[in-house]
Ligand binder design. Structure first.
Ligand SMILES: [Fe+2]
Length: 263
């Protein structure tokens, strides 16, 4: 069995606590000795080069082992714009480790330079590229699709999203072609991993090849991440690993509001 850790929405630079949390997460990941780590966007809070450099320093032990795959989030497009530093410039690319084939989707767009316009972008051309990428997946490997934005509607988190939904603004909405993406990959992919929403979720679409759709939430505030054990497309339910006791319980309460509690 291989073990894959999923983190998201580190928001490095938002507060000093996020950096402390990231250091603890990396220490925990090294102790767990997972085979690979994916981070599904919003690595930085303001898209600053200084925040990107903090990422490089904090995650250096894992990056040196080539154990990390990243897709950018909307916050990485703000400020200096570090999305291209975090991943390549392709909207759809592939990455692979023994036993794991990953299709990486950059769901961010130029409008994300404004942090208020945080919604993602996914077009037909990108779906075609995902189709083509999956044709190249080695037989017998677990397959994962990584992207930042959520693919199905999820509960409102916070007042800003409540207003957006009420007035029909797009910024809190799921990806316009998110459901179509799921329809196309169901039966061909084992995991769709995303973030953007800070409350973690997980759902399984049943079938001959079940598809697990998981949102990691904001790992630096939760102080926890999921580890999926997998082999040849057989994937276990994500096991939560707690890297530290959250230092700011009120914020954690807010993040978890309305969410199933972490086990
Ligand atoms: Fe985001």
């Amino acid at each position: 069995m291989y073990r894959l850790a999923h983190l998201s929405d580190l928001h490095l630079g938002e507060r000093p606590e996020h950096l402390v949390a990231a250091r603890a997460l990396v220490r925990s990941l090294l102790e767990e000795d997972v085979d690979h780590v994916v981070v599904t966007g919003d690595v930085t809070h303001s898209g600053l080069v200084a925040e990107y450099e903090a990422w490089l320093e904090l995650f250096a032990p894992l990056l040196a082992l080539k154990k990390v795959t990243v897709v950018p989030g909307n916050h990485d497009r703000a400020g200096d714009g570090v999305a291209e530093l975090l991943s390549d410039e392709l909207r759809v690319s592939v990455d692979g480790r023994e036993g794991l084939f990953m299709v990486c989707i950059d769901s961010t767009a130029p409008h994300n330079r404004s942090t208020f316009r945080s919604h993602g972008d996914l077009c037909e051309q990108m779906l075609g590229a995902v189709d083509e990428a999956l044709e190249r997946a080695p037989q017998g490997w677990t397959r994962a699709v990584l992207l930042h934005h959520h693919v199905t509607p999820l509960p409102v988190e916070g007042l800003g999203e409540w207003f957006a939904e009420r007035f029909g603004w797009p910024h809190a909405a799921e990806l316009p072609l998110g459901r179509e993406l799921l329809r196309r990959v169901q039966g061909r992919v084992d995991l769709v991993l995303h973030g953007h929403k800070h409350v973690p979720r997980e759902q399984v679409l049943d079938g001959a090849r079940p598809l697990r759709v998981a949102n990691a939430g904001c790992s630096t505030v939760l102080g926890a991440y999921r580890v999926f054990s997998h082999h040849a497309g057989q994937v276990t339910a994500g096991r939560w690993v707690h890297a530290f006791a959250p230092t700011r319980p009120p914020l954690l309460e807010r993040v978890l509001h309305g969410s199933p509690a972490l086990p």
